[in-house]
Design a protein around this ligand. Structure first.
Ligand code: GCO
Ligand code: MG
Length: 401
Protein backbone atom coordinates (compact mmCIF):
# COMPACT_ATOMS: atom_id res chain seq x y z
CA UNK A 1 0.00 0.00 0.00
CA UNK A 2 1.35 3.43 -0.94
CA UNK A 3 0.65 7.13 -0.47
CA UNK A 4 -0.06 8.65 -3.89
CA UNK A 5 -1.04 12.25 -3.05
CA UNK A 6 -0.45 14.68 -0.24
CA UNK A 7 -1.97 18.13 -0.60
CA UNK A 8 -2.52 21.19 1.56
CA UNK A 9 -5.93 22.87 1.65
CA UNK A 10 -6.03 26.49 2.83
CA UNK A 11 -9.45 27.86 3.62
CA UNK A 12 -11.02 30.71 5.61
CA UNK A 13 -14.64 29.83 6.46
CA UNK A 14 -14.94 32.36 9.30
CA UNK A 15 -11.22 32.03 10.07
CA UNK A 16 -8.13 30.45 8.51
CA UNK A 17 -7.47 26.70 8.60
CA UNK A 18 -4.69 24.57 7.09
CA UNK A 19 -5.70 20.98 6.28
CA UNK A 20 -3.49 18.19 5.00
CA UNK A 21 -5.11 15.51 2.85
CA UNK A 22 -3.20 12.29 2.22
CA UNK A 23 -4.52 9.80 -0.37
CA UNK A 24 -3.45 6.18 -0.93
CA UNK A 25 -3.38 3.92 -3.98
CA UNK A 26 -6.39 2.11 -2.45
CA UNK A 27 -8.40 5.32 -2.77
CA UNK A 28 -8.59 5.82 1.01
CA UNK A 29 -7.73 9.32 2.27
CA UNK A 30 -6.94 10.83 5.66
CA UNK A 31 -7.10 14.39 7.01
CA UNK A 32 -4.81 16.26 9.38
CA UNK A 33 -5.08 19.77 10.87
CA UNK A 34 -1.98 21.98 10.56
CA UNK A 35 -3.38 25.34 11.66
CA UNK A 36 -0.98 27.62 13.53
CA UNK A 37 -2.90 30.81 14.27
CA UNK A 38 -1.33 33.89 12.70
CA UNK A 39 1.50 31.84 11.11
CA UNK A 40 -0.59 29.56 8.87
CA UNK A 41 1.41 29.91 5.66
CA UNK A 42 4.66 28.81 7.31
CA UNK A 43 3.21 25.38 8.14
CA UNK A 44 1.51 25.17 4.74
CA UNK A 45 4.87 25.79 3.06
CA UNK A 46 6.74 23.40 5.38
CA UNK A 47 4.27 20.72 4.37
CA UNK A 48 3.99 21.55 0.66
CA UNK A 49 7.65 22.25 -0.01
CA UNK A 50 9.40 19.86 2.37
CA UNK A 51 7.12 17.13 3.69
CA UNK A 52 4.52 16.19 1.03
CA UNK A 53 7.16 15.18 -1.56
CA UNK A 54 8.72 12.80 0.99
CA UNK A 55 5.39 11.09 1.69
CA UNK A 56 4.73 9.94 -1.87
CA UNK A 57 5.38 6.21 -2.21
CA UNK A 58 5.56 5.57 1.56
CA UNK A 59 3.40 2.89 3.19
CA UNK A 60 0.65 4.81 5.08
CA UNK A 61 0.50 2.04 7.70
CA UNK A 62 4.02 2.83 8.92
CA UNK A 63 2.80 5.67 11.13
CA UNK A 64 5.58 5.40 13.71
CA UNK A 65 8.37 5.15 11.15
CA UNK A 66 7.00 8.16 9.25
CA UNK A 67 6.84 10.15 12.48
CA UNK A 68 10.47 9.31 13.31
CA UNK A 69 11.52 9.98 9.72
CA UNK A 70 10.02 13.48 9.75
CA UNK A 71 11.26 14.26 13.29
CA UNK A 72 14.77 12.81 13.34
CA UNK A 73 15.22 13.00 9.58
CA UNK A 74 14.79 16.78 9.44
CA UNK A 75 17.84 17.24 11.70
CA UNK A 76 16.20 20.52 12.91
CA UNK A 77 13.97 19.28 15.69
CA UNK A 78 10.87 20.60 17.45
CA UNK A 79 9.29 24.04 17.15
CA UNK A 80 5.64 24.87 16.43
CA UNK A 81 5.98 24.85 12.61
CA UNK A 82 7.77 21.49 12.37
CA UNK A 83 5.65 19.80 15.01
CA UNK A 84 2.34 21.05 13.57
CA UNK A 85 3.36 19.69 10.16
CA UNK A 86 4.32 16.32 11.69
CA UNK A 87 1.11 16.43 13.73
CA UNK A 88 -0.98 16.83 10.57
CA UNK A 89 0.76 13.92 8.83
CA UNK A 90 0.34 11.71 11.90
CA UNK A 91 -3.37 12.58 12.24
CA UNK A 92 -4.01 11.87 8.56
CA UNK A 93 -2.23 8.49 8.78
CA UNK A 94 -4.25 7.48 11.86
CA UNK A 95 -7.39 8.56 9.97
CA UNK A 96 -6.39 6.25 7.10
CA UNK A 97 -5.61 3.41 9.54
CA UNK A 98 -9.07 3.78 11.10
CA UNK A 99 -10.79 3.83 7.73
CA UNK A 100 -8.84 0.74 6.57
CA UNK A 101 -9.77 -1.12 9.77
CA UNK A 102 -13.33 0.24 9.60
CA UNK A 103 -12.93 1.37 13.22
CA UNK A 104 -13.18 4.75 14.92
CA UNK A 105 -9.78 6.00 16.08
CA UNK A 106 -10.52 5.55 19.80
CA UNK A 107 -11.04 1.82 19.24
CA UNK A 108 -7.64 1.55 17.54
CA UNK A 109 -6.01 3.37 20.47
CA UNK A 110 -7.29 0.78 22.93
CA UNK A 111 -10.95 1.59 23.34
CA UNK A 112 -12.97 3.99 25.47
CA UNK A 113 -11.83 4.63 29.05
CA UNK A 114 -15.05 6.57 29.79
CA UNK A 115 -18.56 7.08 28.47
CA UNK A 116 -17.92 10.57 27.13
CA UNK A 117 -15.62 13.54 27.43
CA UNK A 118 -16.21 16.57 29.66
CA UNK A 119 -15.70 19.83 27.77
CA UNK A 120 -15.55 23.44 28.91
CA UNK A 121 -16.56 26.52 26.99
CA UNK A 122 -15.94 30.25 27.45
CA UNK A 123 -18.19 32.69 29.30
CA UNK A 124 -17.00 36.22 28.58
CA UNK A 125 -18.33 39.67 29.30
CA UNK A 126 -17.19 43.28 29.33
CA UNK A 127 -18.07 43.49 33.03
CA UNK A 128 -19.19 41.19 35.87
CA UNK A 129 -22.96 41.30 35.11
CA UNK A 130 -22.33 40.44 31.45
CA UNK A 131 -20.00 37.60 32.43
CA UNK A 132 -22.59 36.24 34.88
CA UNK A 133 -25.19 36.30 32.07
CA UNK A 134 -22.82 34.43 29.76
CA UNK A 135 -22.07 31.90 32.53
CA UNK A 136 -25.81 31.27 32.97
CA UNK A 137 -26.18 30.84 29.21
CA UNK A 138 -23.51 28.10 29.13
CA UNK A 139 -25.02 26.40 32.15
CA UNK A 140 -28.37 26.38 30.33
CA UNK A 141 -26.67 24.69 27.36
CA UNK A 142 -25.63 21.93 29.75
CA UNK A 143 -21.94 22.75 30.30
CA UNK A 144 -20.56 21.30 33.54
CA UNK A 145 -17.33 23.30 33.23
CA UNK A 146 -17.07 26.93 32.20
CA UNK A 147 -14.12 29.26 31.76
CA UNK A 148 -14.76 32.86 32.83
CA UNK A 149 -12.94 35.87 31.34
CA UNK A 150 -14.03 39.44 31.96
CA UNK A 151 -13.18 43.02 31.03
CA UNK A 152 -11.13 44.78 33.72
CA UNK A 153 -12.13 48.30 34.84
CA UNK A 154 -9.67 50.83 33.42
CA UNK A 155 -8.40 48.52 30.67
CA UNK A 156 -9.64 49.00 27.07
CA UNK A 157 -9.41 45.42 25.89
CA UNK A 158 -8.67 42.23 27.76
CA UNK A 159 -7.61 38.78 26.55
CA UNK A 160 -10.53 36.39 26.10
CA UNK A 161 -13.28 39.04 26.04
CA UNK A 162 -15.26 39.26 22.82
CA UNK A 163 -16.20 42.58 21.24
CA UNK A 164 -19.61 41.15 20.33
CA UNK A 165 -20.25 37.69 18.83
CA UNK A 166 -17.94 34.72 19.29
CA UNK A 167 -14.48 35.44 20.74
CA UNK A 168 -11.80 35.48 18.06
CA UNK A 169 -8.37 36.86 18.95
CA UNK A 170 -6.89 37.09 15.42
CA UNK A 171 -7.64 40.20 13.37
CA UNK A 172 -7.35 40.78 9.63
CA UNK A 173 -4.48 43.09 8.73
CA UNK A 174 -1.75 44.13 11.18
CA UNK A 175 -1.65 42.82 14.77
CA UNK A 176 -3.97 44.68 17.11
CA UNK A 177 -2.14 46.51 19.95
CA UNK A 178 -3.65 45.87 23.38
CA UNK A 179 -2.65 47.43 26.67
CA UNK A 180 -2.16 45.53 29.91
CA UNK A 181 -2.01 46.47 33.60
CA UNK A 182 -1.10 43.68 35.99
CA UNK A 183 -2.11 45.79 38.99
CA UNK A 184 -5.64 46.42 37.67
CA UNK A 185 -6.05 42.75 36.74
CA UNK A 186 -4.84 41.41 40.10
CA UNK A 187 -7.15 43.77 42.00
CA UNK A 188 -10.11 42.74 39.91
CA UNK A 189 -9.82 38.99 39.20
CA UNK A 190 -10.80 37.70 42.70
CA UNK A 191 -13.98 39.85 42.56
CA UNK A 192 -15.05 38.08 39.36
CA UNK A 193 -14.68 34.60 40.90
CA UNK A 194 -16.41 35.72 44.09
CA UNK A 195 -19.39 36.99 42.06
CA UNK A 196 -19.61 33.72 40.10
CA UNK A 197 -19.47 31.50 43.19
CA UNK A 198 -21.96 33.75 45.05
CA UNK A 199 -24.46 33.53 42.23
CA UNK A 200 -23.96 29.97 40.95
CA UNK A 201 -22.43 28.06 43.86
CA UNK A 202 -19.82 25.37 43.37
CA UNK A 203 -21.56 22.76 41.18
CA UNK A 204 -20.08 23.96 37.87
CA UNK A 205 -16.32 23.67 37.39
CA UNK A 206 -14.82 27.15 37.07
CA UNK A 207 -11.73 27.74 34.92
CA UNK A 208 -9.71 30.84 34.09
CA UNK A 209 -6.91 31.70 31.66
CA UNK A 210 -4.25 34.18 32.81
CA UNK A 211 -2.65 33.91 29.36
CA UNK A 212 1.00 34.20 30.42
CA UNK A 213 0.61 37.73 31.83
CA UNK A 214 2.03 37.48 35.37
CA UNK A 215 5.47 37.08 36.91
CA UNK A 216 5.90 34.01 39.16
CA UNK A 217 5.40 35.90 42.42
CA UNK A 218 2.31 37.66 41.02
CA UNK A 219 0.96 34.29 39.89
CA UNK A 220 1.57 32.92 43.38
CA UNK A 221 -0.35 35.85 44.85
CA UNK A 222 -3.28 35.36 42.48
CA UNK A 223 -3.45 31.60 43.09
CA UNK A 224 -3.41 32.16 46.86
CA UNK A 225 -6.02 34.92 46.79
CA UNK A 226 -8.56 32.80 44.87
CA UNK A 227 -8.24 29.49 46.73
CA UNK A 228 -11.66 29.84 48.36
CA UNK A 229 -13.32 29.94 44.92
CA UNK A 230 -11.87 26.48 44.13
CA UNK A 231 -10.99 26.90 40.47
CA UNK A 232 -10.71 23.74 38.39
CA UNK A 233 -7.57 25.36 37.02
CA UNK A 234 -5.68 28.62 36.68
CA UNK A 235 -4.19 28.47 33.18
CA UNK A 236 -0.80 29.77 32.02
CA UNK A 237 -0.24 32.00 35.05
CA UNK A 238 3.28 32.88 33.84
CA UNK A 239 5.21 32.13 30.63
CA UNK A 240 6.54 28.59 30.89
CA UNK A 241 9.92 28.74 29.17
CA UNK A 242 11.48 28.99 32.62
CA UNK A 243 9.91 25.96 34.24
CA UNK A 244 11.69 26.34 37.61
CA UNK A 245 9.51 29.43 38.09
CA UNK A 246 6.57 27.16 38.80
CA UNK A 247 8.27 25.90 41.97
CA UNK A 248 7.76 29.33 43.46
CA UNK A 249 4.05 29.38 42.51
CA UNK A 250 3.57 25.88 43.96
CA UNK A 251 5.17 26.86 47.26
CA UNK A 252 2.42 29.42 47.80
CA UNK A 253 -0.83 28.02 46.46
CA UNK A 254 -2.96 24.92 46.03
CA UNK A 255 -4.94 26.42 43.14
CA UNK A 256 -4.50 23.81 40.35
CA UNK A 257 -2.42 24.87 37.36
CA UNK A 258 -2.79 24.06 33.63
CA UNK A 259 0.04 24.81 31.18
CA UNK A 260 1.20 23.76 27.74
CA UNK A 261 -0.97 25.03 24.88
CA UNK A 262 2.12 26.59 23.26
CA UNK A 263 4.29 23.51 23.88
CA UNK A 264 5.05 21.23 20.99
CA UNK A 265 7.00 18.29 22.35
CA UNK A 266 7.39 16.04 25.37
CA UNK A 267 10.65 17.84 26.13
CA UNK A 268 8.76 21.10 26.70
CA UNK A 269 6.60 19.40 29.33
CA UNK A 270 9.29 17.31 30.99
CA UNK A 271 10.26 19.34 34.04
CA UNK A 272 6.77 20.66 34.79
CA UNK A 273 5.43 17.11 34.82
CA UNK A 274 8.36 15.38 36.50
CA UNK A 275 8.43 17.86 39.38
CA UNK A 276 4.62 17.87 39.59
CA UNK A 277 4.58 21.63 39.12
CA UNK A 278 1.32 21.49 37.16
CA UNK A 279 -1.92 19.52 37.36
CA UNK A 280 -3.07 19.58 33.73
CA UNK A 281 -1.04 19.43 30.54
CA UNK A 282 -2.58 21.50 27.71
CA UNK A 283 -0.70 20.20 24.66
CA UNK A 284 -2.86 19.52 21.60
CA UNK A 285 -2.86 16.95 18.82
CA UNK A 286 -2.11 19.55 16.11
CA UNK A 287 0.68 21.51 17.76
CA UNK A 288 2.34 18.65 19.67
CA UNK A 289 3.19 16.22 16.89
CA UNK A 290 -0.09 14.37 16.42
CA UNK A 291 -1.69 11.41 18.12
CA UNK A 292 1.53 9.36 18.32
CA UNK A 293 3.40 12.05 20.26
CA UNK A 294 0.45 13.11 22.42
CA UNK A 295 0.14 9.50 23.56
CA UNK A 296 3.72 9.64 24.83
CA UNK A 297 3.04 12.91 26.67
CA UNK A 298 -0.14 11.54 28.27
CA UNK A 299 1.57 8.33 29.40
CA UNK A 300 4.48 10.26 30.86
CA UNK A 301 2.08 12.65 32.63
CA UNK A 302 0.11 9.70 34.06
CA UNK A 303 3.19 8.58 36.01
CA UNK A 304 2.98 11.84 37.97
CA UNK A 305 -0.81 12.06 38.29
CA UNK A 306 -0.88 14.95 35.84
CA UNK A 307 -4.02 14.83 33.69
CA UNK A 308 -4.66 16.04 30.15
CA UNK A 309 -6.53 19.29 29.53
CA UNK A 310 -6.17 19.82 25.82
CA UNK A 311 -6.30 23.18 24.14
CA UNK A 312 -9.38 23.33 21.88
CA UNK A 313 -9.92 26.89 20.66
CA UNK A 314 -11.77 27.67 17.43
CA UNK A 315 -8.39 28.33 15.79
CA UNK A 316 -7.68 24.58 15.74
CA UNK A 317 -9.81 23.04 13.01
CA UNK A 318 -12.65 20.55 13.49
CA UNK A 319 -10.17 17.91 12.24
CA UNK A 320 -8.07 18.50 15.37
CA UNK A 321 -11.20 18.55 17.53
CA UNK A 322 -12.26 15.18 16.11
CA UNK A 323 -8.83 13.68 16.77
CA UNK A 324 -8.76 15.20 20.27
CA UNK A 325 -12.13 13.69 21.22
CA UNK A 326 -10.99 10.18 20.21
CA UNK A 327 -7.79 10.72 22.17
CA UNK A 328 -9.68 12.04 25.22
CA UNK A 329 -12.08 9.10 25.20
CA UNK A 330 -9.11 6.74 25.32
CA UNK A 331 -6.56 8.57 27.56
CA UNK A 332 -6.69 6.94 31.02
CA UNK A 333 -5.54 10.22 32.60
CA UNK A 334 -7.91 12.51 30.70
CA UNK A 335 -8.89 15.58 32.70
CA UNK A 336 -10.82 18.09 30.58
CA UNK A 337 -11.18 19.20 26.96
CA UNK A 338 -11.64 22.78 25.77
CA UNK A 339 -14.41 23.26 23.21
CA UNK A 340 -15.19 26.79 22.05
CA UNK A 341 -17.42 25.80 19.15
CA UNK A 342 -17.13 27.02 15.56
CA UNK A 343 -18.54 29.56 13.09
CA UNK A 344 -21.49 28.23 11.05
CA UNK A 345 -19.38 28.58 7.85
CA UNK A 346 -16.67 26.40 9.40
CA UNK A 347 -19.18 23.67 10.19
CA UNK A 348 -20.48 23.81 6.59
CA UNK A 349 -16.98 23.13 5.27
CA UNK A 350 -16.17 20.36 7.79
CA UNK A 351 -18.59 17.48 8.36
CA UNK A 352 -18.15 15.99 11.82
CA UNK A 353 -19.34 12.75 13.40
CA UNK A 354 -18.89 14.07 16.94
CA UNK A 355 -21.79 15.07 19.18
CA UNK A 356 -22.38 17.31 22.20
CA UNK A 357 -24.89 16.43 24.85
CA UNK A 358 -25.39 18.04 28.24
CA UNK A 359 -21.79 19.19 28.74
CA UNK A 360 -20.12 16.08 27.33
CA UNK A 361 -18.88 15.17 23.86
CA UNK A 362 -18.39 11.90 22.01
CA UNK A 363 -16.27 11.50 18.84
CA UNK A 364 -18.84 9.24 17.17
CA UNK A 365 -18.26 5.84 15.60
CA UNK A 366 -17.43 6.73 12.00
CA UNK A 367 -14.19 5.03 10.88
CA UNK A 368 -11.02 7.07 11.48
CA UNK A 369 -11.33 10.60 12.88
CA UNK A 370 -14.92 11.03 11.74
CA UNK A 371 -14.28 14.44 10.13
CA UNK A 372 -14.41 15.22 6.39
CA UNK A 373 -13.89 18.39 4.37
CA UNK A 374 -16.03 19.72 1.51
CA UNK A 375 -13.19 20.83 -0.78
CA UNK A 376 -15.41 22.66 -3.27
CA UNK A 377 -16.94 24.75 -0.54
CA UNK A 378 -13.53 25.26 1.12
CA UNK A 379 -12.24 26.75 -2.16
CA UNK A 380 -14.90 29.48 -1.91
CA UNK A 381 -13.21 30.86 1.23
CA UNK A 382 -9.66 31.88 0.26
CA UNK A 383 -6.99 32.43 2.93
CA UNK A 384 -7.02 35.92 4.47
CA UNK A 385 -3.92 37.25 6.26
CA UNK A 386 -4.66 37.67 10.00
CA UNK A 387 -2.54 38.13 13.11
CA UNK A 388 -2.88 37.58 16.84
CA UNK A 389 -2.72 40.78 18.92
CA UNK A 390 0.30 42.02 20.86
CA UNK A 391 0.13 43.37 24.43
CA UNK A 392 1.96 46.37 25.86
CA UNK A 393 2.17 47.66 29.41
CA UNK A 394 0.58 51.06 29.92
CA UNK A 395 3.98 52.75 29.38
CA UNK A 396 4.38 51.03 25.99
CA UNK A 397 6.68 48.15 27.00
CA UNK A 398 5.97 45.04 24.93
CA UNK A 399 4.50 42.33 27.18
CA UNK A 400 3.31 38.74 26.84
CA UNK A 401 0.02 38.61 24.98
C1 GCO B 1 -7.13 29.08 25.07
C2 GCO B 1 -6.08 29.88 24.38
C3 GCO B 1 -6.50 30.58 23.14
C4 GCO B 1 -5.27 31.15 22.45
C5 GCO B 1 -5.41 31.02 20.98
C6 GCO B 1 -4.23 31.57 20.22
O1 GCO B 1 -6.93 28.80 26.23
O2 GCO B 1 -8.08 28.73 24.41
O3 GCO B 1 -5.33 30.62 25.27
O4 GCO B 1 -7.49 31.53 23.38
O5 GCO B 1 -5.07 32.46 22.80
O6 GCO B 1 -5.57 29.67 20.67
O7 GCO B 1 -4.34 31.24 18.89
MG1 MG C 1 -5.11 29.40 27.01
Amino acid sequence: MKITHAEVILTCPGRNFVTLKITTDQGVHGLGDATLNGRELSVASYLKDHVCPLLIGRDPRRIEDTWQYLYKGAYWRRGPVTMSAIGAVDMALWDIAGKMANMPLYQLLGGASREHVMVYSHATGRDIPETLDAFAKYQAKGFKAIRAQCGVPGMKSVYGVSKGGAYEPATKGWPEEQSWSTEKYLDFAPKLFEAIRDKFGFDTHLLHDVHHRLTPIEAARLGKSIEDYRLFWMEDPTPAENQEAFRLIRQHTVTPIAVGEVFNSIWDCKQLIEEQLIDYIRTTITHAGGISHMRRIADFAAMYQVRTGSHGPSDLSPVCMGAALHFDLWAPNFGMQEYMGYHAETMDVFQCAWSFHDGFMHPGDAPGLGVEIDEKLAAKYPYEPAYLPVARLEDGTLWNW
